[in-house]
Ligand binder design. Structure first.
Ligand SMILES: [Zn+2]
Length: 145
């Protein structure tokens, strides 16, 4: 069964789709592994997830991010936002980061961003968002090449 998702710890039924959220130790599908590798360096509020809409079989790899002080739990999506892992480069000092960038266009989740604090600006050179173009829920330095 190629469409089976092994090991998703939490499965949330939405009015328009399904969100599957993975916990430590779960088997991560190949499509989600690059995202999961970055999120593994963050705390447990940042979980790899697959979103699918009822109208499409495509599963979208995302980060499901719980607000500070909350942990993933069954039937509990309060304050959760969905985000994409992007590579960001500071426009001032060229420092590179993996950024967890919130997707405000997803129904329900986009309106919960107020429960989160954004990193605005470059932690490497201190430039603000307007100059660095760095904005994210979390930033990780890019390691290796
Ligand atoms: Zn910078």
């Amino acid at each position: 069964m190629p469409d089976d998702v092994p090991g998703a710890r939490w499965r949330f039924a939405l009015a328009w789709g399904t969100l599957e959220v993975f916990a430590d130790g779960d088997t991560i599908p190949a499509v989600l592994r690059p995202t999961a590798a970055v999120l593994a360096r963050l705390d447990g509020r940042f979980r790899p997830a697959l979103l699918s809409y009822h109208r499409s079989p495509t599963r979208i790899p995302l980060a499901a991010v719980w607000p500070t002080g909350l942990v993933p739990a069954e039937n509990q999506l309060e304050g959760v936002v969905l985000a994409e892992v992007h590579d960001l480069t500071c426009q001032c000092c060229a420092a590179r980061f993996h950024g967890v960038y919130p997707d405000g266009g997803i129904p329900h989740f986009g309106s919960q961003l107020s429960a989160h604090r954004l990193v605005n600006g470059c932690p490497s050179c201190g430039s603000d968002f307007a100059r660095s173009r760095i904005q994210s829920l979390a930033l990780l330095p890019v390691t290796g090449h």
